[in-house]
Design a protein around this ligand. Structure first.
Ligand SMILES: Nc1nc2c(ncn2[C@@H]2O[C@H](COP(=O)(O)OP(=O)(O)OP(=O)(O)O)[C@@H](O)[C@H]2O)c(=O)[nH]1
Ligand SMILES: [Mg+2]
Length: 183
């Protein structure tokens, strides 16, 4: 079974912990008061079985639910170390979130060691009727998915499974390319 470290990054209060709790099945539905993440929480769980190159496989996931507070910036290299997937979370109803996501993006792109294979943006609109702030053109290449953790838990889980399927295919192909080149 594959083991995959996936890091969840983005501005403070954008919903990273709420999302991580749902994805790891720590909770069944969204709820609870805000408790700032102190540094990072690591959630370990098994993914559902996914169809990877005509095989049904699952993976052990380490989901790193990181604080969005910049006082922990000196830990960002640790957060990213050996991460193969990244979920960027922001609230599109917040002007500051949209701007701040640039900072996380720039850090990831310029990180000295980066093993990321897949990165996705979760657009977690906390104020459904407010106008949507668009992300900068930097994000044009990244998949951006609107999610709704208050009303559609199954939706976010299937988006995550698709993301994971794509990630596992890449890891699978890399592993087999390496094996081929050593024979
Ligand atoms: N109404 C609504 N509230 C949300 C949503 N997502 C998160 N919240 C609330 O927003 C607050 C912050 O959510 P968290 O998931 O703790 O945010 P975080 O990104 O982990 O924040 P840090 O750990 O400080 O970086 C909490 O009170 C959540 O209940 C949403 O989609 N809708
Ligand atoms: Mg948190």
């Amino acid at each position: 079974m594959f083991k995959s470290k996936i890091v969840v990054l983005g501005p403070i209060k954008s919903g990273k912990t709420s999302i991580s709790n749902i994805l790891s099945n720590a909770v069944e539905r969204f709820g609870g008061d805000y408790r700032p993440t102190k540094g990072v929480r690591i959630l370990e769980f098994e993914s559902s079985y996914l169809q990877i190159h005509e095989r049904n496989i699952n993976t052990e996931i380490e989901l790193w639910d990181c604080s969005g507070d910049h006082k922990y910036k000196h830990f960002w290299p640790v957060f990213l170390h050996k991460a193969v997937g990244c979920i960027l979370v922001y609230d599109p109803s917040s002007v500051t979130d949209a701007k701040e996501l640039d900072v996380f993006y720039d850090y990831i792109i310029n990180a000295p060691t980066n093993e990321l294979q897949s990165c996705i943006v979760f657009s977690n609109n906390k104020n459904k009727n407010k106008r949507i702030e668009k992300l900068s053109s930097k994000f044009a290449e990244l998949e951006q998915v609107p999610i709704d953790i208050t009303d559609d838990v199954n939706g976010i889980k299937s988006v995550f499974d698709e993301f994971l399927t794509d990630l596992l295919k890449k890891l699978w192909d890399m592993r087999h390319q390496r094996e081929d080149s050593t024979h």
